[in-house]
Design a protein around this ligand. Structure first.
Ligand code: ADP
Ligand code: MG
Length: 176
């Protein structure tokens, strides 16, 4: 299947689940993420503040913060670029593009300091390829994170045997 058909297929699958079911499925993903040695070791973590249809990260951004780690969230700044901002608590979140809650905290540009990146996706495959929403935002940003271990997170039905990938597509190190 082509990328755009796969995105449609995944959106269709998601509609089979209630918000309640997705919340429960999120918990099991999040529990595994939080138990990961990579998370335990990490000092500076790029996370994301989830949309309704993504693995829910609303609570763990604060959990990770309380563990004393530096938490970063992406902020969409144009049709092609995201920047990273430091998250220091719920007061930092404001409505952004696509209704993503985005951090208004301090701009973060020390990309090489990031040791762990937690990355959402429409789908991932068994070769750790990632399919995003179709704008390539993470494909442009991830090459700057030269030291980050990249964990893609998704629901089971988003983990596929294979998805098409081209030279711009950045692979994950692990999928949960
Ligand atoms: P997504 O990663 O969101 O699933 P795609 O991989 O299809 O989306 O990429 C979306 C668009 O962004 C494509 O036209 C692709 O060529 C472009 N793109 C991706 N990465 C880069 C990059 N590093 N530099 C320039 N364009 C890029
Ligand atoms: Mg891509």
């Amino acid at each position: 299947m082509e990328k755009k058909d796969l995105r449609k297929f995944i959106r269709m699958q998601k509609r089979q689940f209630s918000q309640q079911q997705l919340a429960e499925l999120s918990l099991s993903v999040i529990n595994r993420l939080m138990a990961s040695p990579k998370m335990k070791e990490a000092k500076t973590v790029l996370m994301y503040y989830s949309l309704d249809d993504e693995v829910n990260t609303h609570d763990i951004v604060d959990t990770v913060l309380k563990q004393g780690k530096t938490v970063l969230l992406p902020k969409v700044i144009s049709e092609t670029e995201m920047e990273l901002r430091r998250y220091t608590g719920p007061q930092d979140l404001q409505d952004g593009f696509f209704n993503i809650m985005e951090p208004s905290g301090e701009l973060f540009e020390n990309y090489e300091d990031i040791d762990l990146a937690v990355i959402p996706g429409m789908a991932f495959d068994s070769q750790n390829n990632r399919l995003g929403r179709g704008k390539g935002y993470y494909d442009r940003m991830l090459p700057k994170l030269v030291n980050a271990y990249k964990i893609g997170v998704c629901f089971d039905f988003q983990h596929l045997p294979g998805i098409p990938a081209d030279e711009n597509d950045i692979k994950m190190d692990e999928i949960i």
